[in-house]
Design a protein around this ligand. Structure first.
Ligand code: ADP
Ligand code: MG
Length: 311
């Protein structure tokens, strides 16, 4: 028998214990209630994933649940906010219990890992569309903004870049000798929550790589009214991405591919000694506007737009 909306929520989304002192009331009433501790600001973000736009039809629901929450926690991480709670709006074409079981498992295990409370949501029928609103806490005035980069800042990246892009190419038919790592990065990205927190009073500006390094760094450049030069040879590339570039000649892929969910941040050279997270220096912020890439000793302007929904 098909589940009703109410029993569906009961069965799949109300099993967790409340993890945060700030959660005064979770799922069950018309609204959830949160208390914001003295001296903190609430950071709020929303991301939607639409079938056939953000993910392929038939994507493993457990990966999908994980990724939906991961992309939202990644936005909190890029502001240096500590994840607190989320709401989940589900639009489903039908009630498929095994799909919901796997989806909620992927979603709730990541929530558990970072101590995030699922405090409410909405459940409707229609084309498969998944929306999360995530809330986090950041000490007043400490959030890492896109507008904070200064000429002379070094540009750093957590983790590697280009793996998720390669994972997407593999999904689209590219044959890769070792597909596991790129596919894992594409299907199951890890939000850089601890890194974001560690950067709180250290970095000048920060963004997460969702649309591509060039495009996302471009947002920092625009809002900070600065430019940058990236050192192509300094980009942290896995052997799989290096092999892909060697075979195809597509050297710009790590600069343009999205979905890696690493953090790109800028930092004053004097602050570098205070970095406590694994990261790689990939370039420098400059006064001259625009993005440049230095490759094989030649500096060239690099323009790249990330994925645009309406173009
Ligand atoms: P209302 O019609 O008043 O909006 P709902 O029946 O939609 O209430 O939801 C009942 C409760 O279940 C609310 O607390 C709501 O936040 C929660 N809820 C609904 N859908 C979800 C979901 N997909 N995940 C988590 N909580 C949900
Ligand atoms: Mg409702």
């Amino acid at each position: 028998m098909a589940l009703t909306e109410f029993s569906l929520i009961q069965q799949f989304f109300t099993q967790q214990k409340v993890k945060n002192a700030s959660t005064d009331l979770g799922i069950g009433d018309d609204c959830a209630l949160l208390s914001i501790p003295e001296g903190y600001q609430l950071a709020i973000t929303t991301d939607t994933m639409v079938e056939n736009v953000h993910f392929f039809a038939g994507t493993d629901p457990e990966d999908l649940g994980h990724k939906l929450l991961a992309v939202n926690l990644s936005d909190l991480a890029s502001m240096g906010a500590k994840p607190l709670s989320v709401t989940l709006a589900l639009t489903l074409p039908q009630v498929d219990e095994s799909w919901l079981q796997a989806f909620s498992k992927g979603f709730l295990s990541l929530a558990e890992k970072y101590g995030v409370d699922l405090i409410g949501g909405d459940t409707t029928s229609g084309s498969l569309t998944l929306t999360v609103q995530a809330m986090g806490l950041v000490p007043k005035g400490q959030a890492l903004l896109r507008s904070g980069a200064k000429p002379g800042d070094f540009i750093y990246l957590t983790g590697n870049i280009g793996d998720a892009g390669l994972g997407l190419k593999i999904k689209q038919g590219y044959v890769c000798e070792n597909p596991q790592r790129p596919l894992q990065q594409f299907n199951h990205p890890e939000p850089q929550v601890e890194a974001g927190l560690a950067l709180q009073s250290v970095a000048n500006a920060c963004i997460d790589i969702s649309d591509g390094l060039a495009s996302d760094l471009g947002h920092i450049l625009e809002l900070s009214q600065v430019g940058a030069c990236l050192e192509w040879e300094a980009l942290p590339l896995t052997t799989e991405v290096q092999a892909y570039i060697k075979e195809t000649g597509d050297w710009s892929m790590p600069l343009t591919a999205g979905d890696d969910y690493q953090l790109c941040f800028t930092i004053r050279p004097e602050q570098v000694q205070h970095l406590t997270i694994p990261c790689t220096r990939i370039g420098v912020i400059e006064t001259q506007s625009g993005l440049r890439v230095s490759k094989s000793g030649i500096i060239q302007p690099f323009s790249s737009k990330g994925y645009e929904h309406f173009s």
